[in-house]
Design a protein. Structure first.
Length: 689
């Protein structure tokens, strides 16, 4: 019996439309699952709408409808967008379901019977104008740790510190903008610190977390885990807590349970109810969560702790991806780069976005930039002019000049087929490692070979003297085109379906990865020739941007130029020459930045905690704050002068700490500075020579 692989994407909140920032995750996960299925795995793509919480309760009230009707509207819209972008869930359910209620109450019961809950009367922020307690995401203020303004009441998005809403400096209500007051209320807490040993062991398992995410988790564990409040006061849209009148489960307790309840929904629809328990109760499957950086804390601490307490299966892997920028900056409504999926597909075939995101997605956590210029250039150069061009040229020639019948694969073709086999192996390894870009790249390389063979052999000339040789050459090219099509099919399934129709292969596109190695398009008729994909025009994207701009918005200032766009400075004279022996005295090492925080009293310094592979972390105070926010360097591998004598650092005569090394950077200083980095796979402590 095969081992099921259950893959989830973060649940979309049923409070708004799907935009391209959401689509990054759903498209990359869809491509990954499609690849696993083509590779013969019993893979499932599970998701659901996240339907509970204060924002939905408040916005439904403003809209004059019941919360259930409010979330149903967005569920319908979400599914329409997902279908249009070719996202094929095995189950897309809702957290506002009876299945979810049952699983939530089971997990709560296990937390309670296991003695993991504690009851506490606390002071909470209360909005007198709205007449309600403010949950953490409905209060903002200044971070008590780093001083960043406009931060939510649970986690600072700048320094990543966690805290209580009452810790905020100068808090204000997100709903009314008024200053809240303190009132007492009794709540239930999970003693998360009791799971510290389990979480440390779970997170340390090979392949469970990416290295930089593991560094985040280690820092949180080292800093001590705080108790987690799982209850909320009425009014609240969610599940009431049994035996706790007027209290509801916090949305972040019941939302991830949607992964489990949506699996139950799949089991019912697929007549595989027994596999639900096999996956979630008996550790009989692999569970892979694909999420963004903004919800790492919940998925690597709270969620595995809840599952462990309930005796349920814990995730095999949590795979984190970067956030989306558009043309190098954060998405913006006024610039028209905050693009809803419906607006994009109105003007541009979703096929192009699927291809682009897959071609940009590697196994790491780097942010993904949607460069509109690159989107046009890459789609046209690779998908249109390389992959589709091979099909168009060779299939058209076979149909128009050779009667639409394939020839044979001659012995001399074996060299080229061996190359294709090598690329198939590379693509399989890449897809299994969530290296979607590697899979796409292998497809393009096979198509490049086919195009070169076609162009070099010039069958339009060869046919005049040796029709059989021309037919066999085109046959080889179309077999290579079939291989490339199978390799790129997870990213662009609609494209693969069209190609299969032209090649005369079964409708629906490839059914297994091994089809890339069959090379059996010989001695039979091809299908119907036709266009596979059209060139992407920039004007279509310009229309998307225009339609995404608010009609009454004031013009927004242009974003600052990206660092790489700056003009090169005048060449700085070299320092006096030194002997090699002098250079050899400097010990340069790879360091992994585990934490970063601002240094109070300085606008230039960051205090970094860096792992150099020594069994302890070093503190290095670096003058890079003007160029880097703290969160931008956490998880990065930098180059450190490791044998620099430690020295006390001072600000206005006051000691702020000891710096145990130096981070190498280029540039004159201030905002114009670039920390030197190395490959994400280089182990901390590696000598730089």
């Amino acid at each position: 019996m095969s081992t099921p692989i259950l893959v989830t994407a973060g649940l979309p909140y049923a409070n708004g439309s799907i935009h391209i920032g959401h689509l990054v995750e759903y498209l990359m996960t869809d491509t990954f699952v499609r690849a696993l299925k083509l590779l013969g795995e019993d893979a499932l793509y599970i998701c659901a709408d996240d339907t509970h919480g204060t924002p939905i309760e408040i916005n439904a009230k403003k809209a004059g409808v019941a919360p259930e009707d409010f979330v149903a509207r967005f569920a319908k819209e979400h599914l329409e967008d997902f279908h249009a972008f070719g996202i094929d869930f095995d189950s897309f359910h809702s957290t506002n379901s009876e299945e979810n209620r049952r699983w939530v109450e089971e997990i709560y019961g296990k937390l309670k019977s296991g003695g993991y809950l504690t009851r506490r009367t606390i002071e909470q922020l209360y909005d007198e104008k709205a007449g309600r307690f403010l949950p953490d995401r409905y209060v903002k203020g200044t971070c008590p740790k780093c001083g960043a303004k406009d931060q939510y009441g649970d986690v600072c998005e700048v320094c990543k510190s966690t805290y209580e809403p009452t810790d905020l400096i100068d808090p204000y209500s997100v709903e009314t903008g008024t200053k809240p007051v303190l009132r007492s209320s009794e709540h239930l807490y999970v003693e998360l610190s009791r799971f510290a040993d389990f979480l440390r062991e779970w997170s340390a398992a090979p392949g469970r977390l990416q290295p930089d995410i593991k560094a985040f988790v280690d820092a949180w564990l080292d800093g001590g885990l705080k108790d987690w409040c799982i209850s909320r006061d009425t009014p609240y849209f969610g599940f009431p807590i049994p035996d706790e009148p007027g209290k509801f489960f916090y949305v972040w307790l019941d939302a991830p349970v949607g992964y489990v309840s949506s699996t139950e929904n799949w089991g019912r629809l697929a007549h595989r109810a027994g596999d639900v328990d096999r996956i979630w109760r008996q550790n009989g499957g692999r569970i892979i969560h694909v999420i963004g950086k903004d919800i790492v804390y919940f998925h690597t601490l709270f969620w595995p702790a809840m599952l462990h307490a309930a005796g349920l299966s814990v995730p095999s892997q949590v795979r984190v991806h970067g956030m989306l920028t558009v043309d190098g900056v954060k998405m913006s409504k006024s610039r028209g780069t905050f693009i809803n999926g419906a607006t994009f597909r109105k003007h541009v075939d979703p096929l192009y976005l699927r291809y682009y995101f897959a071609s940009k997605t590697g196994p790491g956590t780097d942010d993904i930039d949607l460069s509109l210029e690159e989107l046009v250039n890459r789609v046209n150069a690779e998908l249109v002019n390389t992959l589709a061009n091979l099909i168009s040229r060779a299939a058209t020639f076979l149909a128009d000049r050779l009667g639409g019948t394939y020839g044979q694969l001659r012995p001399e073709a074996s060299e080229h087929l061996a190359y294709a086999k090598q690329k198939v192996a590379e693509a399989e390894a890449a897809y299994r490692n969530f290296d979607l870009a590697g899979g796409v790249r292998a497809a393009v390389e096979v198509a490049n070979l086919g195009n070169k063979l076609f162009q070099d052999a010039a069958p339009w000339i060869l046919i005049k003297t040796d029709e059989a040789a021309a037919r066999d050459l085109v046959t080889l090219c179309l077999n290579l085109a079939r291989t490339a099509t199978v390799l790129v099919a997870p990213a662009v399934p609609a494209y693969a379906e069209r190609v299969y129709n032209i090649l005369g292969l079964p409708a629906g596109g490839p059914g297994h990865f091994e089809e890339a190695l069959r090379f059996d398009l010989v001695g039979r008729a091809m299908g119907q020739k036709g266009r596979v994909v059209e060139k992407l025009e920039r004007k279509a994207l310009d229309q998307v941007i225009e339609d995404s701009k608010p009609k009454d918005a004031a013009p927004e200032a242009a974003p600052e130029a990206k660092p790489e766009a700056k003009a090169a400075p005048a060449f700085e004279a070299l320092a006096p020459m030194i002997e090699y022996d002098s250079f050899e005295k400097v010990d340069l090492r790879v360091g992994l930045v585990k934490t970063a925080e601002v240094v109070e009293g300085s606008d230039k310094l960051l205090r970094l905690s860096i792992d150099l592979g020594e069994g302890r972390d070093r503190t290095i105070i670096a003058g890079i704050r003007l160029a880097y926010a703290p969160e931008a360097v956490i998880g990065q591998r930098v180059i450190v002068v490791a044998n620099l004598k430690p020295r006390e650092m001072k600000i206005k005569g006051k000691i702020i700490g000891t710096s145990e090394g130096m981070v190498l950077a280029a540039g004159p200083g201030g905002k114009d500075i670039w920390a030197l980095s190395v490959s994400a796979v280089a182990p901390p402590g590696t000598r730089v020579r």
